[in-house]
Design a protein around this ligand. Sequence first.
Ligand SMILES: Nc1nc2c(ncn2[C@@H]2O[C@H](COP(=O)(O)OP(=O)(O)OP(=O)(O)O)[C@@H](O)[C@H]2O)c(=O)[nH]1
Ligand SMILES: [Mg+2]
Length: 310
Amino acid sequence: MEEKKGFFRRLVSGLTKTRDNIVSGMDSIFHGFSKIDEDFYEELEETLIMGDLGVHATMNILDDLREKVKTLHIKEPIECRQLLIDSIKEQMDVGETAYEFEERTSVVFVIGVNGVGKTTTIGKLAGKLKSQGKKVMIAAADTFRAAAGEQLKEWANRASVDMIGGQEGADPASVIYDAVAAAKARKVDVLLCDTAGRLHNKKNLMEELKKINRVIDREYPEAFRETLVVLDATTGQNALAQAREFNEAADITGVVLTKMDGTAKGGIAVAIQAELGIPVKYIGVGETIDDLQKFDSEEFVKALFYREED
Ligand SMILES: Nc1nc2c(ncn2[C@@H]2O[C@H](COP(=O)(O)OP(=O)(O)OP(=O)(O)O)[C@@H](O)[C@H]2O)c(=O)[nH]1
Ligand SMILES: [Mg+2]
């Protein structure tokens, strides 16, 4: 369990800024008010919105809180703390079918803007699945930068899995075509596809992703499809805008939030779930192969609301 503890610590530390902003703000509201009234709700609302939770999530959380206060006849503001934690936890619950692709013959399409951590996440995922005894293959469809293929190759070696790539400037869709053929021939369980985060312009990128998506659909209709958008948790509201945009190029089935060990804007995890209805499935808390974990809503709120004395 040592490793797990380290993971939780890093999450706690990554969420320090979020805790300092929203959680301590909420705590002073819980302590500062002597009764639960409209002013109390209004101040909570302001704090949640300032904490990057977004309007949607904030409204959901407050509606839920009002409801519980009424039905449970809550009188003391401080009693709302736990209700609020539970409410966030419930809303962030990933659901049981979220990781079906891990058990199926699947293609995982990984998209996101440059620098968010796509390649790193694929390396980590490859390592994880491989250690579960899965046959994994990586497709290097980021042919835009010469260094991209080399970086991915290093990850493939680290995870001891095969990689199919192409020359710099090669057509990314043709790399995917080759990778799908190889995955079928070698009876691969999970094919992980890395993509470029930047092309000559954004329109090119989105068109390219759509093209790749079509190739997978056409060449491998029997495969289970998972499309993960990778978002950098330190970028806050920007991440939300990116998720929206990429959702138009491919139907996103999950979010990977990276850099949760940095000065993460943890509220964004809650906002994404509420605004897009897409679950956060994995979080990254570092740069090594073991630094990726399935999102656990219980652990997330524990880290978010962490108090030394608890
Ligand atoms: N601290 C921290 N760094 C991370 C994490 N995930 C990725 N990084 C770092 O972020 C940087 C960018 O990661 P990449 O995986 O190359 O990002 P990318 O999305 O593939 O970028 P492009 O290929 O340029 O589109 C690297 O320095 C990674 O080590 C994380 O969870 N925590
Ligand atoms: Mg990359």
